[in-house]
Ligand binder design. Structure first.
Ligand code: 0O2
Length: 263
């Protein structure tokens, strides 16, 4: 039997996870920077552990020399969304990328697994530039909502604990939890607009506040002491009023003032 050099086998996958994480995280950051809605709530990545690779190879009767070809999730990226509707947007983002090729899509949201598992999987071929030259590896992107993830993570731990044979009574409760997660996603969808508007407002408020504080700091060096005193007082007043319009006006006023002092 061939001995697997795990370090050598896993190294390119580790590189792929790092690159993919960076790419999807920066996609999210870019959306936020441009002020457009980001369907990505968070991104994580993981390298499958050797024990888990061996388990899967054993289960699927995959010989060691075929592991790279046949185990598609040695490198795994998980993209979490707030709302079910966002999943399709992320799928479209992945489909439009030119730096990876989609090999297969598995829609376990439309076709929920008998376990209750819901998630959208995309298997990609990803080109790497390694020290030994170019190499293409397979990776799995799982896209799901936070509610779907909550359930899947708990079920995964139980499945692992009971080696796949979860006791019937517990399985029943897990099925109820899967239904509750499904209902939560459905309910959240009905107030989606309300939530995203509130989040957008919060982001605007945060960025205006950061700008105001930045301008106040700059003005400290150039403005008169009594002027700074009244600016600071006004800021406290505006802040305590919780009034977005007042915050906007004050922000503009400080922008102009900073411009006048050319700081
Ligand atoms: P790990 O520990 O996450 O790496 P299969 O053998 O059919 O189950 P296959 O053919 O590789 O798996 O593809 P599939 O069904 O798309 O599943 C790949 C991964 O999806 C799994 O990896 C899990 O992470 C997740 N998954 C699939 N089904 C379930 C499920 O019923 N419950 C939970 N919690 N996760 C699931 P691994 O290798 O099983 O495990």
């Amino acid at each position: 039997m061939e001995i697997i050099n795990w370090k050598e086998l896993l190294y390119p996958y580790e590189q792929a996870v790092e690159e993919l994480l960076l790419k999807f995280k920066s996609l999210d950051r870019e959306c936020r920077h441009l002020g457009i809605y980001s369907p990505v709530d968070s991104v994580t990545g993981r390298l499958k552990r050797p024990a888990s690779i061996l388990d899967k190879a054993g289960r699927k009767q995959i010989p060691p020399e075929k592991i790279e070809e046949e185990i598609e999730d040695i490198a795994g990226i998980r993209i979490l969304c707030q709302f079910v509707e966002d999943i399709q947007k992320v799928v479209d983002m992945v489909r439009s990328r030119t730096d990876m090729t989609i090999l297969e899509e598995r829609d376990y949201i439309t076709n929920t697994k008998p376990s209750g598992y819901r998630s959208y999987h995309i298997i990609i071929k990803y080109p790497l530039s390694t020290a030994l030259g170019p190499k293409e590896i397979l990776a799995e992107i799982q896209i799901r909502t936070n509610a779907m993830n909550f359930w899947a993570t708990a079920e995964h731990s139980l499945r692992y604990k009971y080696s796949g044979n979860i006791p019937e009574e517990l399985q029943e409760r897990l099925t109820n939890c899967a239904e509750a997660a499904f209902r939560l996603d459905r309910e959240m969808a009905t107030i989606r607009e309300e939530i995203t508007n509130a989040q957008r407002l919060n982001e605007i408020r945060n960025s205006m506040t950061a700008n105001i504080l930045d301008n106040i700091q700059k003005l400290h060096f150039v403005a008169k002491l009594e002027d700074m005193d009244s600016i600071n007082k006004e800021f406290v007043e505006v802040w305590n009023s919780q009034d977005m319009e007042k915050l906007r006006t004050f922000n503009e006023k400080l922008n102009v003032l900073t411009e006048v002092y050319r700081v």
